[in-house]
Design a protein around this ligand. Structure first.
Ligand code: ME8
Length: 510
């Protein structure tokens, strides 16, 4: 197969507590990219899942009076229930407690051990359970981890990975792969961190039972991050079914992560892989945080917004659009329901929804409910059609840069042009003065709606589907290649149009 490949992942989420809008964000972002690439004919593999080992999960189970297994089954299910609610379309949902994953993590460990990258010693230092991370004395701020997480002193036998030996190879790798870490500001942060020197990393815990056993020494479990990162390979069949096709997917891999876990993905992970003789992923993109009144939204801080409640109230397209549109991907954003309602009322209901309603109900009433046959196009018609066609390349470029809010801007620019075109052309006047010209105008508008319906489907899949059904576009023609290959079916009877986006009453939010 020659089809181009695309592998996109979300972090696998800890199951110490139920999902919130921060998790929904990364899953939606990955879904928008996966859907866009599928639309563009790529062979896409999209992975998400849950991270189920480690001290944080063990402790949460103790606090809930459950066994770790009971807790992980229950909370992983909550994450599995969430993605259909978000209208996300992963190809696989991975759990780190699955047998095949344990096998993959142990295989990677053995590779590292065989190649002499692991040695046994004693870890004496600080550990933050909330971050599942080790900290040096100098890193602490007022006795806490730099993330604000409480730390505790641990002293126990441990296996170490010779991370210190990977400083130079990593710096060379970053230099040779300038797009490996994105956005650029984050890349510079990582490079500065690595230039500052790397200490060997403790990669096993002996005071803990809830983890993947170290293959050669069952009194230890693997450090949860070494176990968790390996999931990106397990999902592709590593080690036993890591076929050539799947290795091609790996070479086109994109990890979307929150900025809180960039170091694990951009320093430890490529070091483990290079040490094991495997290729690092193609790219790691670190996005920003959603905050509530300026504070990071997190389960531990108890200031979370429940995506299930929001979606039940407003709809999944609305949440998807807002999260992707409101904040440039990579930056932080403060979540406010007022901003959310304003945004969905203005962009979705007023601009896009109104455009489709104006055009389709006009066709219904004044063109016998059929897409009319156009006459010769004027300069204005050609300009609008060109703008619609040009969206394709612009969207491709922004998708490749993970510039998700720019993808929305491209689409809504055309929505704006189309709304202005209607006002300029006045089909309601043409109806009396030049019915043939009116037909051409309606054809042009329906054609632009076809472009908008297909190209917006990665972001607002439900509304896009509804719109395309109202234009009688067959499902197998809802792709980017059919935009260019097929034309609107003139003369086919269109169904009665239905609104795409209800308006939210604003008086209740003043
Ligand atoms: O870190 N804003 O899991 P986790 C934006 N298991 N994104 C947010 C967010 C917020 N306020 N809060 C969470 C872990 N996220 C590890 C990952 S990967 C091999 C192991 C998103 O449950 C964001 O993607 O703490 C962040 O990186 C992730 O959830 C952390 O989820």
């Amino acid at each position: 197969m020659n089809t181009q490949k695309y592998y996109v992942t979300t972090p696998i989420y800890y199951v110490n507590d139920v999902p919130h809008i921060g998790h929904a964000y990364t899953t939606i972002a990955a879904d928008v990219l996966a859907r866009f690439k599928r639309l563009d004919g790529y062979d896409v593999f999209f992975m998400t899942g849950t991270d189920e080992h480690g001290q944080k999960v063990e402790k949460a189970a103790q606090q809930a009076g459950l066994s770790p297994k009971e807790l992980v089954d229950r909370v992983s299910q909550a994450f599995q229930n969430l993605y259909p609610i978000l209208d996300a379309s992963p190809d696989v949902f991975m759990r780190t407690t699955e047998k095949r994953h344990i096998h993959a993590a142990q295989t990677l460990w053995k590779k590292l051990e065989e190649k002499g990258h692991i040695y046994k010693s004693v870890y004496a230092g600080w550990y933050a359970i909330r971050d599942e991370a080790f900290y040096g004395e100098k890193e602490l701020i007022d006795g806490k981890a730099p993330t604000g997480a409480p730390v505790e002193w641990i002293e126990e036998p441990s296996y170490f990975f010779r991370l210190s030996a990977w400083q130079e190879p990593l710096l060379k790798f970053y230099q040779g792969n300038p797009d490996f870490i994105s956005p650029a500001s984050r890349r510079n942060e990582v490079i500065r961190f690595v230039e500052g020197g790397l200490r060997d990393l403790s990669v096993s815990r002996s005071a803990l039972k809830w983890g993947v056993p170290v293959p050669s020494d069952e009194s230890h479990v693997m450090y949860v991050w070494l176990d968790a990162l390996t999931v990106y390979l397990t999902a592709l069949g590593y080690p036993d079914d890591f076929s050539e096709e799947r290795q091609k997917l790996w070479s086109e891999s994109l990890h979307l992560v929150g900025k809180d876990i960039l170091r694990f993905h951009a320093v430890y992970w490529p070091a483990f892989l290079l040490a094991a003789g495997l290729n690092p992923p193609k790219k790691v993109f670190a996005h920003g945080w959603w905050t509530q009144s300026g504070e990071k939204m997190s389960k531990s801080l108890g200031n979370v917004i429940d995506p299930v409640d929001l979606i039940a109230q407003y709809g999944s397209d609305q949440i998807r659009y807002f999260l992707v549109r409101e904040v440039p991907f990579g930056q932080d954003g403060d979540f406010s329901e007022t901003a959310f309602i304003r945004r969905i009322n203005s962009d979705l209901a007023n601009d896009f929804g109104n455009l489709s309603q104006r055009v389709l109900s006009f066709i219904q009433k004044n063109a016998e409910a059929m897409i009319p046959v156009p006459a010769i196009f004027t300069k204005e018609d050609e300009e609008l059609l060109d703008a619609a066609r040009q969206m394709i390349d612009k969207l491709r470029k922004h998708a490749d840069e993970q510039a998700l809010s720019r993808m929305c801007e491209v689409l809504w620019e055309t929505v704006g042009l189309a709304n202005r075109y209607i006002d300029g052309q006045e089909p309601w006047t043409l109806k009396k003065t030049n019915p043939q010209r009116m037909k051409t105008v309606l054809y042009v508008l329906a054609e632009v709606l076809r472009y908008l319906g297909i190209l917006s489907s990665p972001i607002i899949p439900k509304a896009a589907k509804k719109l395309l059904a109202q234009l009688n576009i067959p499902e197998d023609q809802q792709t980017i290649s059919s935009l260019e290959k097929h034309l609107l079916a003139t003369g086919s009877k269109l169904p009665i149009p239905e609104g795409l986006f209800p308006r939210v009453q604003t008086e209740i939010i003043q």
